[in-house]
Design a protein around this ligand. Structure first.
Ligand code: 13P
Length: 162
């Protein structure tokens, strides 16, 4: 499955700890993240993550583009409910698109735990039906972001340095 991680600054440590705890499970999936979140997770794990731009610089919108293609299967987005963000519009747009396309979203640890156990159990298999028309590289369960060509996806932090 394609899984995306995003966390606002005061939630980043919580998200990194969460991903570390389930690193073995996440190894089996194709991972994406906004820039800083992805960097922090990669520093604490051996996971390969395709990093988009930092959230305020368009990362939420890049993830939203994947959602709009129905290519994202799970979004773990630990947002900060006690701080306003300069890119609030982008955040709302991303979450809105997840509702448009019926994408499972966890915005806090409790929901993330539930969804991760569902992922482990195979409860996300219905997403394979959605992906029937996907290119092969996106349906490969074990495909790692490193195996993907840059041209396969949008501009990422690997290309932009952000
Ligand atoms: O701001 C964000 C999501 O709205 C997160 O972006 P970063 O992971 O780059 O900090």
């Amino acid at each position: 499955m394609n899984v995306a991680f995003v966390a606002h600054d005061r939630k980043k440590e919580e998200l990194v700890n969460f991903v570390v705890a389930y690193e073995l499970l996440f190894q089996e999936h194709t991972l994406f993240a906004t820039g800083t979140t992805g960097t922090l997770i990669m520093e604490s794990t051996k996971l390969d993550i395709m990093k988009f731009k930092s959230g305020p610089l368009g990362g939420d919108q890049q993830l939203g583009a994947m959602v709009a293609q129905n290519e994202m299967d799970l979004l773990v987005f630990f947002r900060d409910p006690l701080a306003s963000q300069p890119h609030e519009a982008d955040i709302n747009a991303l979450l809105r698109l997840c509702d448009v396309y019926g994408i499972p979203v966890a915005t806090n640890m409790a929901t993330a735990e539930l969804l991760i156990h569902a992922l482990k159990r195979g409860d996300f298999q219905w997403r394979d039906i959605v992906h029937q028309n996907r290119p092969v590289y996106m349906t490969e369960r074990k495909a790692k972001p490193a195996d993907l060509q840059m041209s396969d996806y949008y501009l990422t932090s690997k290309a932009t340095g952000l």
